[in-house]
Design a protein around this ligand. Structure first.
Ligand code: AMP
Ligand code: ZN
Length: 487
């Protein structure tokens, strides 16, 4: 399919939407800051990966050959941004009395399960931080003389040695406000560790030899090294959550600049990536998003309550990625209904036309595809794109195979898995449910018989019986949904 709208993306560096001009013609190279695998991701974290996935899918839709890299941080991320505090991984390993490697493996698998459930495409490569430590040491050696100094606790990056440090963060750094020192002896408040030495007399579970002594790499160093190693500087787009715009990414940029200007050309354009994109936060008023508070909002919790994970994906798509999104169960329920409507529309089409593989959307669908293209090309306006898809889903008197082809083209960007999802898939049984599907179907069949025999007393009794077990019978439901379990 031909897409003609120019692709505009909001660049946090310039705070403007800019036309996408790839570094390598016809290609798009994207790096996404991935999770620190010390705990389960919460659904806010997953919003960051849904956003990165939609970006990648849009680039593919626009015809670019995509190389997407997401990292897995299994070392070096401290509990405190000021280089103070403990390594998140070490702390969890101690709390759970397990090795760090086991902790990393367990939570990496849990993260990947969420990635699959949300239909996030596999990137070209997952880079795991501990696989790149040798390259991190080499990178640090390359910039140490000109840009770093050593303290007892480690090797620190002197942010005054690069031009225009912190420009990505803007207001937050202008007066040095919000910047933190914490480590005694730092030359500038914003200086940060790129190598953390193991304190004398201690042994860490994860430590490596380096010219600065045994220790572990700093978190910011990891992303500079992995992104540069796999994608080459400069690459096209670097993504992350909006919190990374303040410290992590300015620090990556400072390192990239130092690394790229070893020939003496210190230019803020050497930021490593041309475009830096950030998703805004998913917020939840009662604080259940915090991983430290017992039960937090994991994707599995949503599933346990009977919500299909793709309803959460749809919830994310309803908002612009740069807007804050407030989570509520009501909102999720509404997103699930919207998804059901789409799935029912596609199911009906599939029933009419099995083989759509060779069909292309005909001219009738062109105006819709153009509007869809314009929406996603306008800094990923998925909210509008979704409404265009819905308009197509309800079009009457059109060729079903062509309609399916149009929906498939749109869903290649939105990733709602519409051509495969079925009504049965969406009927997730809440953990608390007191009844299974076979019982529900049997009771409904008995009710049908009672109604056919005009035995309305019995029919009502069966309906009440189902209601007592949490099943709402949906006679005359416009979607034809028939019944649902009330979460
Ligand atoms: P972390 O594992 O803490 O490094 O976070 C993984 C990703 O989730 C990062 O890109 C964060 O910026 C992002 N993130 C963290 N909290 C939220 C949230 N509430 N909403 C959206 N993104 C978030
Ligand atoms: Zn990162």
């Amino acid at each position: 399919m031909e897409t003609t709208a120019p692709l505009m993306l909001f660049n946090s560096l310039t705070r403007r939407a800019e036309p996408f001009v790839p570094v390598h013609a016809g290609e798009a190279r994207v790096y996404t800051c991935g999770p620190t695998v010390y705990n389960y991701p919460h659904i806010g974290n997953m919003r960051a990966y849904v956003f990165a996935d939609v970006l990648g899918r849009t680039l593919s839709f626009k015809g670019y050959k995509l190389t997407h890299v997401i990292n897995i941080t299994d070392v070096g991320h401290l509990t405190d941004d000021a280089d103070d505090g403990e390594d998140k991984m070490e702390r969890m390993a101690a709390a759970q009395k397990q090795s760090i490697w086991d902790i990393a493996e367990h939570y990496k698998q849990a993260y990947w399960a969420d990635v699959r459930a949300l239909n996030i495409r596999q990137p070209a490569q997952w880079t795991v931080a501990t696989d790149y430590v040798e390259q991190m040491i080499e990178f640090a050696k390359g910039i140490a003389a000109k840009h770093c100094y050593e303290l007892e606790s480690g090797l620190y990056f002197d942010v005054s040695t690069v031009a225009d440090y912190g420009r990505l963060a803007r207001a937050q750094t202008e007066d040095g406000e919000g910047r933190i020192e914490a480590v005694e002896g730092k030359r500038n408040a914003a200086d940060f560790a790129i190598w953390r030495k193991t304190p004398p007399g201690e042994t860490r579970q994860m430590e490596w030899d380096s010219p600065w002594g045994k220790g572990a790499p700093g978190w910011h160093l990891e992303c500079s090294v992995m992104s540069g190693a796999v994608l080459g500087f400069p690459f096209d787009i670097h993504t992350g959550g909006i919190d990374h715009r303040e410290i992590h990414h300015p620090n990556e940029i400072a390192q990239n600049q130092a690394h790229c200007c070893t020939n003496g050309l210190d230019d803020p354009r050497n930021s490593g990536a041309n475009i830096w994109m950030h998703n805004n936060f998913l917020v939840e008023r009662s604080g259940k998003m915090s991983k430290s508070s017992g039960e937090f909002l994991r994707l599995q919790l949503l599933i346990d309550k009977g919500y299909h994970p793709l309803a959460y994906r749809l919830l994310c798509l309803q908002a612009h990625y740069r807007s804050e999104l407030e989570f509520s169960w009501e909102g999720l329920g509404a997103a699930l209904t919207r998804l059901k409507r789409l799935v029912m529309a596609v199911e009906q089409l599939r029933a009419r036309d099995e083989d759509t593989s060779s069909t292309a959307p005909g001219p009738r669908f062109q105006p819709f595809l153009e509007r869809f293209d314009a929406a996603v090309s306008d800094d990923l306006n998925t909210a509008i794109a979704l409404t265009v898809l819905e308009e197509v889903a309800v079009l009457k008197k059109v060729d079903p195979a062509e309609k399916l082809a149009a929906l498939a083209a749109m869903d290649s960007v939105l990733g709602l898995h519409l051509l495969n999802l079925t009504r049965t898939d969406l009927r997730i049984r809440p953990k608390s449910a007191k009844i299974n599907e076979a019982e529900i179907e049997a009771t409904l069949a008995a009710r049908k018989e009672a109604r056919a025999a005009k035995d309305f007393a019995r029919s009502d009794a069966l309906r009440d019986e189902l209601a007592a077990k949490g099943v709402e019978v949906m006679d005359g439901d416009p979607l034809g949904w028939e019944w649902k379990l009330v979460p």
